[in-house]
Design a protein around this ligand. Structure first.
Ligand code: UTP
Length: 301
């Protein structure tokens, strides 16, 4: 593991092949990852976070109907020329900041939505003997230091697989992968086990795994075995949990920042409000609007 510890995390897998049923009918034709918080698609927040953490290669695990996502990463020379011609420099810069280097993105198809673990496994041939990140774009994290960057720094200390974790009310345990935890060193916690979506009674703690991971390549071998095992969804957390006895073990980082579950309608709306209030050009007008409607909110309650 000592060797891997010295290997930099430069690749990230973005599993985006899910069906996105919670946003039907929109997701009939619009990939969930293209839906916007204010004016930026969810995927752009994830890409920006990955770049800040030093990621150079971006691997998307996609499925049928995700064409708009691939198009989003194409350069738009006509649009750029038009903005340049009309002197819209700021918009031009915004547009150019989304450009990706040629060859930095790869798309892999997951032919059937067989779960997150299976989606990651589908990208196995693009990963060598190196640690890699997995980012779920529906988890959007507002943080002074981007969450993945916090994790890369923690990984440089631990060397083993690492998950991002946050405390949740016990009643919400059935919605998450929940950690069985050992010793902690500040925000870094040793993981003894992980249970996917336990009942409230069976939840070993109130620490939940959210959609950011740094994974050592041996997890892919575990996924390989699961793949050839019984059917049903293939869980990433189960494959990571198989590493707890390894030399470097598994750790969880209680990251600094606020996570929004943009895979759910309520979380998406909360993120929209928060990100709008954080924007200089919208802040005053939007805050005034929220103040104006607060009597309506109280009346509705
Ligand atoms: P979700 O559990 O949110 O599922 O997946 P979903 O299909 O996106 O959305 P709902 O629940 O039907 O509304 C978490 C992440 O894992 C990816 C999803 O694209 C999302 O980024 N995923 C899930 C896959 O890539 N493949 C799968 O088979 C399952």
């Amino acid at each position: 593991m000592a060797v891997l510890k010295n290997k930099k995390v430069t690749k990230a897998i973005f599993p985006v092949a899910g069906l996105g049923t919670r946003f039907l009918p929109a997701t009939k034709s619009v990939p969930k990852e293209i839906m916007t918080l204010v004016d930026r698609p969810l995927i752009q927040y994830a890409i920006d976070e990955a770049r800040a953490a030093g990621i150079k290669e971006f691997i998307f695990v996609t499925s049928r109907g995700k064409g708009a996502l691939e198009d989003y990463f194409d350069h738009a020379p006509q649009l750029e020329a038009s903005l340049r011609k009309s002197g819209k420099t700021e918009l031009l810069e915004t547009l150019k900041s989304t450009n990706m280097e040629s060859g930095a993105i790869a798309y892999i198809r997951q032919h059937r939505a067989m779960g997150l673990g299976h989606a990651v496994w589908c990208a196995r041939r693009l990963i060598a003997n190196e640690p890699f990140a997995v980012m779920l774009p529906d988890d959007v994290i507002a943080a002074d230091k981007p969450c993945l960057q916090q994790m890369v720094e923690a990984y440089e200390e631990t060397g083993g697989s690492l998950v991002a974790a946050m405390e949740v009310p016990k009643s919400q345990a059935p919605n998450y992968g929940i950690l069985d935890v050992g010793d902690s060193d500040g925000q870094l916690v040793k993981v003894k086990g992980m249970v996917e979506k336990p009942s409230v009674e069976d939840a070993p703690s109130n620490l939940a795994v959210i959609g950011r991971y740094i994974i050592t390549p041996s997890v892919l071998q575990t996924l390989n075995r699961q793949k050839s095992g019984s059917g049903g969804e293939i869980q990433l957390t189960d494959a990571i949990a198989a590493e707890v006895e390894s030399e470097a073990g598994v750790h969880a980082l209680k990251f600094n920042g606020q996570r929004f579950d943009c895979g759910s309608k309520a979380g998406f709306l909360q993120a929209t409000v928060s990100f709008a209030l954080a924007r200089d050009e919208l802040q005053d007008e939007f805050a005034a609007y929220l103040r104006d409607i607060s009597p309506m909110i109280r009346a509705a309650e």
